[in-house]
Design a protein around this ligand. Structure first.
Ligand code: NDP
Length: 397
């Protein structure tokens, strides 16, 4: 029986909070805190209506370490789940260290004034967490998160060595709007407009943003789609933790309509993160654009179709070549019917809850800062199917 403090009250947090509430035998107490308390209250009301459980709420600006420490000391949780934004990773980790509680997040740190994400800032906390006997679990969403665990599972059970890894992420849902992002618009647009990057024979190779494309035939009736090469954060840890790896890439599907909008935003400078002066006010163009775009949490009732995220891995087993594909299919309408959320929030929130479950039950218990593939994949994947994200292993030979 554990008490959990969830920070952030957006689309993903709503799923995390509902899913924790669905497991009262594990999460006996849930506290939800965020910058805008009304959003916490709205999630708490939905949890009450759907599960009958009460969620305590609080206002918190998690950029202020002292405020987070004070809240942690008052609430006294077994675990803090950072479901706010990547900008809050380091301040919340600092607060956890000071208050003596373990930490989990779903996305790696990004400095607000530089569109760049890297684990180096969080990995630098390794010794501090070890010395305090606390655990920090990084990237417990779907990608990163489940994709790392799929790799760990393949390495443990299916392949002696993984030589080639392609992580392929398709959101084949349709929300019927001209343009929307499926998670926080600012973070999403920083990610998709970054230069592409993949790893080959020990070196990183850069490409222009979304310059490389391939076609992949997705299962479950989704069919063939264009997939674009991007840099994605799980590659950084996977290339260090998978044995025998020769190449690792990440691909995501985008429609032509999405790409056309993105190109126009870029052309007119709306993706910029340098402040500009507008009528005596300093504004960041990307933050202004994000303000105008639909709130991803509002896409639930209007999105139809499925997501398919998985890892295609080629390697050897018992001296023979073998290719396996491990994936999950999530249906937007089913996610909405269950929790009032679209599938991207759902596929991120469920693994965040399961990561928390692994930590508070002691199934994963190791002082220090860890990526998901460094943990035993079996108990996590066991729970993943039970809590709404069944997965499939397909032999491709
Ligand atoms: P949202 O923008 O919907 O929600 C973010 C929440 O964080 C909001 O409630 C926001 O408050 C709150 N917040 C922001 N700054 C602070 C602060 N200083 N103090 C306290 N609360 C704050 O984002 P999403 O739910 O779409 O995404 C949440 C996280 O999940 C992001 O880090 C994202 O990168 C990650 N993610 C990970 C994925 C994965 O597979 N690993 C996939 C998708 C997302 P307010 O309401 O006031 O704005």
């Amino acid at each position: 029986m554990a008490k959990v403090l969830i920070i952030g009250a957006g689309g993903v947090s709503s799923v995390v909070t509902h899913k924790c509430a669905q497991a009262p035998e594990i999460f006996s107490d849930i506290v939800l805190a965020s910058r805008t308390r009304a959003k916490c209250d709205a999630i708490a009301a939905s949890v009450k209506q759907r599960t009958g459980r009460a969620v305590e709420t609080a206002q918190l600006d998690a950029d202020k370490v002292a405020d987070t420490v004070a809240l942690i000391r008052r609430v006294n949780p077994d675990l803090v789940m950072n479901i706010a934004l990547p900008y809050q990773d380091l301040p919340i980790m600092d607060a956890c260290l000071e208050a003596g509680v373990s930490y989990l997040d779903t996305a790696n740190y990004e400095p607000p004034d530089e569109a760049k994400f890297e684990y180096k800032w969080q990995w630098a906390y390794q010794k501090k967490f070890q010395d305090r006997g606390l655990m920090a679990l990084l990237g417990s969403g779907f990608d990163p998160g489940v994709t790392n665990v799929f790799c760990a599972y393949a390495q443990k059970h299916l392949l002696d060595e993984i030589h080639v890894l392609d992580i392929i992420d398709a959101n084949a849902g349709d929300h019927g709007l001209p343009f929307a992002t499926n998670f926080n618009p600012e973070i999403n647009l920083r990610e998709v407009t970054a230069r592409g990057r993949y790893w080959e024979r020990g070196e990183w190779v850069e490409t222009d943003p979304l310059a490389w494309k391939m076609r992949f035939d997705f299962p479950a009736g989704i069919g063939p789609k264009n997939c674009y090469l991007m840099y994605h954060e799980e590659l950084e840890s996977l290339v260090l933790n998978l044995k025998g790896l020769r190449r690792a890439r990440f691909w995501m599907t985008f429609s032509d309509n999405y790409l056309n909008h993105l190109q126009v935003f870029k052309n007119v400078g709306l993706i910029g993160i340098e402040p500009v002066d507008f009528r005596g006010q300093s504004i960041v163009p990307l933050q202004f654009l994000a303000r105008l775009l639909p709130d991803p949490a509002s896409l639930g009732p209007r999105t139809r179709g499925k997501t398919c995220i998985g890892c295609l891995m080629r390697g050897v087993k018992g001296g023979k070549p073998r290719t396996v594909y491990i994936y999950n299919i999530c249906d937007h309408e089913a996610a909405y019917a269950e929790l009032g959320s679209q599938a991207i929030s759902y596929t991120t929130g469920v693994p965040a809850m399961i990561g928390a479950m692994m930590m508070v039950t002691g199934a994963w218990n190791k002082a220090g800062v860890w990526n998901m593939e460094q943990m035993d994949p079996d108990p996590f994947l066991d729970a993943l199917g039970r809590y709404g994200l069944p997965w499939v292993v397909q032999d491709m030979d």
